[in-house]
Design a protein around this ligand. Structure first.
Ligand SMILES: *Cc1c(COP(=O)(O)O)cnc(C)c1O
Ligand code: SF4
Length: 324
């Protein structure tokens, strides 16, 4: 895969769980950490800087620290909860919804979120340039597709050059009207996010451009994310956010309301609030549906309509994200 064009020193890629605990001055024993995992700890420096020192309950830390609860075997929690591995016409393409396709643009992410439904996917084997070529051919043949969504992994973990290269190929397909990028990079690693070629491309592109970031807590947002998001907006991207509802991270109406306001301050509209996908290893993040609905109702009472995200769950076989 293409390498990132930014120096590796800007993100901490191979930080051991022990080192993380030392840096944050928390006790591994009390926090129930898991020192070995097939989905290893990965935390970018920018995200680390937003975590409170000495607080084992920090809502950002909870999202990245591997814990023993991940080894629990819980009924209903599976390896591929949304059935993505069964909907691929070609290895990097997922066509489940009308008019839009999802293209897995990168096998990697800048962060490893413990609740991620893709934590068991065989990415590295799954994607290469040959797959992209095939995927683009299929998209070009199907005129019912008008939107291409770049997802991953994280498309912004590609080098900016590789990313823009791919986007320009998509732009050449006449029936494509909208390019959408799903990325957590601008929030968790703003200093690594694409900010040159992509912006130059966007300013002159004929396509509608949407950037859906992924932010779960207002503490993830900073002056740095504000500046970066402003650049994307100026270049013509519509900015939306998706959040995953997570126990002990954001399962609190005040936290979610605050998140909506801070996102809006940074030019981003809340789009989806997702119920957790039931992936093996993530059961400790589950918020029961009834509680989720109560939280959403409280948000509805206190937020303007345009700051209320849609509460949804992905159900295998459904042609859209299903409202709760
Ligand atoms: C979520 C998702 C989309 C996008 O759905 P929207 O409701 O348009 O945001 C598209 N394809 C797949 C496979 C998805 O999982
Ligand atoms: S950034 Fe997204 S795809 Fe990557 S680990 Fe986190 S939730 Fe999963």
């Amino acid at each position: 895969m293409p390498q990132t064009n930014k120096p590796e020193t800007k993100s901490i890629k191979h930080f051991s769980v022990k080192e993380l605990c030392q840096t944050l001055q928390i006790s591994p024993l009390e926090s129930g950490v898991l020192t070995q995992s097939e989905f290893p700890l990965k935390i970018p420096a920018d995200f680390l800087a937003q975590i409170e020192i000495g607080n084992p309950l920090d809502p950002l830390l909870k999202q990245v620290l591997p814990v023993l609860a991940e080894t629990d075997q819980v009924t209903g929690y599976t390896l591929d909860p949304v059935g993505d591995l069964n909907n691929n016409p070609t290895p990097s393409l997922i066509h489940k919804y009308h008019g839009r396709v999802l293209l897995i643009a990168s096998p990697k992410c800048d962060i490893h979120c413990r609740y991620c439904f893709r934590r068991h996917f065989p990415y590295e084997q799954q994607i290469n340039q040959r797959h992209w070529h095939k995927a683009l051919e299929l998209i070009a043949l199907d005129e019912s597709i008008h939107e291409v969504i770049l997802s991953g992994g994280d498309p912004m973990s590609l080098s900016e050059k590789a990313l823009v290269n791919l986007i320009e190929k998509i732009e050449h397909i006449p029936h494509i009207r909208t390019l959408r990028i799903h990325s957590r990079t601008p929030v968790v690693a703003p200093s690594k996010a694409p900010n040159k070629l992509l912006l130059e491309w966007a300013k002159k592109s004929r396509l509608n451009k949407v950037l859906v970031v992924h932010c779960n807590h207002a503490n993830e947002l900073s002056e740095q994310t504000a500046q970066l998001l402003q650049q994307y907006r100026t270049a013509g991207f519509q900015l939306l956010n998706q959040t995953v509802l997570l126990k002990d991270v954001n399962d609190n109406a005040d936290v979610l309301i605050d998140l909506s306001h801070v996102l809006f301050n940074q030019g981003v509209l809340p789009y989806y609030l997702h119920q957790l996908d039931k992936v093996q290893g993530a059961s400790h993040f589950e918020v029961p549906d009834l509680e989720a609905l109560e939280l959403h109702e409280e948000m509805r009472q206190k937020l303007p309509g345009y700051l209320l995200p849609r509460l949804v769950r992905e159900i295998e076989g459904q042609p859209y994200k299903t409202p709760l």
